[in-house]
Structure formats: structure tokens, C-alpha cells
Design a protein around this ligand. Structure first.
Ligand SMILES: [Zn+2]
Length: 452
């Protein structure tokens, strides 16, 4: 029996190699720090295979590991990267200790199992296999296992872009970010390719009113009542709808009902059609609806210090993400259009603002990904999309405008439905063994195809 072109023996050898490195990384607690310990594990592994990797960074315990492998001749450069830090986990909510790297029931369990020590390990194994086989490719592969993605953004990829740009500079870059997940559609496997990501446009709304003793109600100019009205209006209003060319392609790939797809692609009917899609296929709706424009979502409220005092001010924080096709001014305009008619006294303030960015969806890298995937997993379709979450690809695109940076690590055994929408940042984070083993094979084959 062969799996993805490997016979049993070769597959088992690959599996042993991937799992040994992967579980070693999972056993190191890199909760928002301590990445150096994990970087040293990778450094030792790569050294065993003749690849000299170096530590670079701002803080001794938060180093980034960088390495490069030159091919047999000149050619383009591909950077394969991934972050080593993970988010906090509550061991009480887990079925296994979260830093045990347990292999059980066909899965590898641990914080970082899908976000994203899997990809970090798979890329390292791909690099080692290329080196061992004599590296018969043209160009250069760079590798970076980085710190500080989940919180700080100061000593990881952003730092490397500023202080060690040569470690990452490339024509192509592969990273995390929803890409590689797939949905079954009409017997085909529709794989997501993350070509861009949304930006933060988080803001605060403050209302002011008349204070006083709460025994005398204030209905005309109450900061609290006015804030409640503002939050309700912002939470329920649909911002102006846009359907970008990328989103339209995405809808065509995901929605088989042609009439519904047409309604989803028309900005006039898109919102109502989104609600329709939610009833038929909630998973597809969760992917499509946030791509229709800004997503103002009230999350935090604050007012008052005592139950018997009417406060003079109240405020709400609103999370909001915007698409690469939008500007922050679009958000300000929507907020004004929503709140002005209420006749309340309100102020607006930005909380966190980043710039959206994206890479062209058509490129030699996209072609290579599609080719390798089609060869190994028949019946696949690759469809570009904009990811709703933040990744380090943002810094790479900013620092190297000509670099095509995508999020992609293929899950072949489990679909997005099997993953119930994704397992990152959740208790019992785990990955199917076949998925992480195939990822190593995929990255190796991708290099051979792209840098042929
Ligand atoms: Zn991540």
C-alpha cells in the first residue's frame, strides 16, 4: 500500500521523524514566551542533518531561529516560517496534560498542535529531507521559527524584518492563517488559500450625560441609556456591503446553488442571502459573511461606580475588522451614519488600528501549491480568500512589497467540518497524525515544484 506516493516503510519513517520533532516542541511550554528552548530543539535537529541554524532576537529567552538551504543553482527564494509561542491553556479543561505532546487515538495533542508547532515541525523536516537528498533545486529555501506572534509583535517577525531582514527576504513566503483547511463541496475538496488578512479597526464610543442621584431618574441626557442605544444600533446595523473579486470567487467555489451564489455576490442582496446560507450551511456562512465589509462587534462596556449614582460618562469598546479593499475612514463614516440619527452626545476614539494587506491571488506559488495538492489529493480545488485573523505575514508583506506571502498548510485527513471550524486556541487542541505527516511531505514537494 502506498500513501501519497510513499510505501508503508517510507511513510512510517517519515511519521517517526515528524512526530519525534513535533512532540518535542509540544512538550516545551512556550506560553507567550520561552521560545528559545523550542528554538534550540529545532537547532539541534537541523544540525543533525547538516543545516546550521542561528538564533536571533531581542531577548535571551525569546529568540527566533533562522536557517537557509541553498539549492544547486540560482533561482527564487522561498521562506517557510511559523511561530513557536502559544496561547495560555487551562489544564482543567483538557483531556490530556496540555504540554505532554501525547499521541493517542490517531491524534497528536497539545497546545500548538494546529497553531502552529505542526507547521514549524513539518517545515523543518521538509528542509532536512531536502538537505539529505542533495538539495537538487534551484534557488534558496529560508526557514524561520519565530517568537512573539500571539501577543506582543515586538521580538518576533516584526523584529526580524527590522533588524535581520536578510533572514526573511524572499520572493515567496509560506506561513499560517486558515489556508490549507478545506470544505467538502459536491464531492470535491475546496482548499482555502489565505492570500491576505483583515486589519484591526477597533474603536471606543463614549457618551456623556447629566449625573445625579439615581433616585431622580434622568431620561433625557443619560450617558448609560445613550450608550445602550449606541451599542444596540452599532451591533445590529449592517455596514455598507462590498463583494470583492476574491470574495466572489470564494462564493462560487463554496456555494453550489447557483441562484444563492448570485444573490450572495450582489451587494444589494448579499446580507439577506448570507442569513439564508447560515441556515443551510453555517460553516460556509461563517467564512463568507465576515467578508461583506466591516464587522463592528461591541465587546466591552464600562460605566458607573455606584448603583445609586447616575454616571456622567459611559463607554463601549467595539472590535472591528476591515478588508484589504477598505479604509479606516469607511468605519468612521459608518459609525457616524449609525449614531448621528439617534440624537445622542457621542465621541469616537480609535483603540487599535492596523493596515490590511494582501498578496496577489495568482502567482507561481499559488500554481505550485495547486499542482502538488492535485497530484497528492485528487479532486481538490484551491480557492484564494482573505483571512479574518492576524498573522505575521502582515510584517513580511510590509517589509518586502514584492514578496508573495500566503497562509497555507494542508489538512488532508480532516475537513473544516471535522475540525468543527478549527481547534486553535481551544482545549484539546489536536491534529490528526496523517495531517502533520503529510504537511512535511507537502512542503518538501512544494519546494521541489516551485524551485524546479
Ligand atoms: Zn498562530
Amino acid at each position: 500500500m502506498t500513501r501519497y506516493g510513499l510505501d508503508d516503510q517510507l511513510w512510517r519513517e517519515l511519521e517517526d521523524e515528524v512526530l519525534e520533532l513535533f512532540t518535542a516542541l509540544l512538550r516545551i511550554d512556550t506560553t507567550n514566551g520561552n521560545e528559545t528552548a523550542a528554538a534550540r530543539v529545532l537547532q539541534a535537529y537541523l544540525a543533525e542533518h547538516g543545516i546550521a541554524a542561528e538564533l536571533r532576537g531581542e531577548l535571551p529567552d525569546r529568540q527566533n531561529l533562522v536557517a537557509r538551504l541553498d539549492g544547486a543553482g540560482p533561482g527564487p527564494t522561498l521562506t517557510m516560517m511559523g511561530h513557536l509561542d502559544v496561547v495560555p491553556a487551562d489544564a482543567g479543561e483538557w483531556s490530556v496534560p496540555p504540554f505532554s505532546g501525547t499521541v493517542r487515538d490517531g491524534y497528536v495533542w497539545g497546545v500548538g498542535a494546529v497553531d502552529m508547532k505542526n507547521q514549524v515541525a513539518a517545515e523543518a523536516v521538509a528542509l532536512a529531507r531536502l538537505k539529505r537528498s542533495g538539495a537538487r533545486f534551484a534557488g534558496t529555501v529560508k526557514y524561520a521559527a519565530t517568537a512573539d506572534e500571539e501577543v506582543g509583535e515586538f521580538c518576533g517577525v516584526k523584529w526580524l524584518c527590522e533588524h535581520e531582514p536578510d533572514a526573511l527576504r524572499a520572493d515567496y513566503c509560506l506561513n499560517e492563517g486558515m489556508g490549507g483547511l478545506w470544505l467538502p463541496v459536491d464531492g470535491r475538496k475546496v482548499f482555502l488559500l489565505a492570500v491576505g488578512e483583515k486589519a484591526f479597526a477597533q474603536f471606543r464610543i463614549r457618551t456623556r450625560g447629566r449625573g445625579g442621584h439615581a433616585s431622580v431618574p434622568e431620561k433625557e441626557h443619560s450617558a448609560v441609556i445613550d450608550l445602550a442605544r449606541a451599542v444596540t444600533a452599532l451591533g445590529l446595523a449592517d455596514p455598507p456591503t462590498i463583494v470583492s473579486a476574491t470574495t466572489a470567487r470564494f462564493i462560487d467555489a463554496l456555494v453550489t446553488d447557483a441562484a444563492l451564489a448570485a444573490r450572495l455576490k450582489d451587494p444589494v442582496t448579499a446580507r439577506a442571502a448570507g442569513a439564508e446560507l447560515r441556515r443551510i450551511d453555517p460553516m460556509a456562512a461563517r467564512l463568507v459573511e465576515p467578508l461583506f465589509g466591516a464587522t463592528p462587534t461591541p465587546t466591552m462596556l464600562a460605566a458607573g461606580q455606584a448603583v445609586n449614582v447616575i454616571p456622567t460618562r459611559a463607554e463601549a469598546c467595539v472590535d472591528c475588522r476591515i478588508l484589504p479593499e477598505m479604509t479606516h475612514a469607511d468605519v468612521e463614516a459608518h459609525v457616524a451614519a449609525t449614531l448621528d440619527p439617534l440624537g445622542i452626545d457621542w465621541e469616537f476614539e480609535w483603540v487599535d488600528v492596523t493596515m490590511p494587506n494582501s498578496s496577489p491571488p495568482a502567482s507561481p506559488l499559488a500554481d505550485s501549491i495547486a499542482r502538488v495538492l492535485r497530484r497528492d489529493v485528487p479532486g481538490t480545488v484551491l480557492v484564494p480568500m482573505t483571512s479574518s485573523s492576524f498573522t505575521d505575514s502582515r510584517w513580511v508583506r510590509e517589509a518586502f512589497p514584492d514578496c508573495v506571502a500566503y497562509g497555507f498548510a494542508p489538512f488532508v485527513a480532516e475537513s473544516l467540518r471535522d475540525l468543527d471550524g478549527g481547534r486553535d486556541h481551544e482545549p484539546d487542541e489536536r491534529i490528526h497524525v496523517e495531517d502533520v505527516v503529510y504537511q512535511a511531505l507537502f512542503f518538501e514537494r512544494l519546494v521541489r515544484d516551485l524551485l524546479a
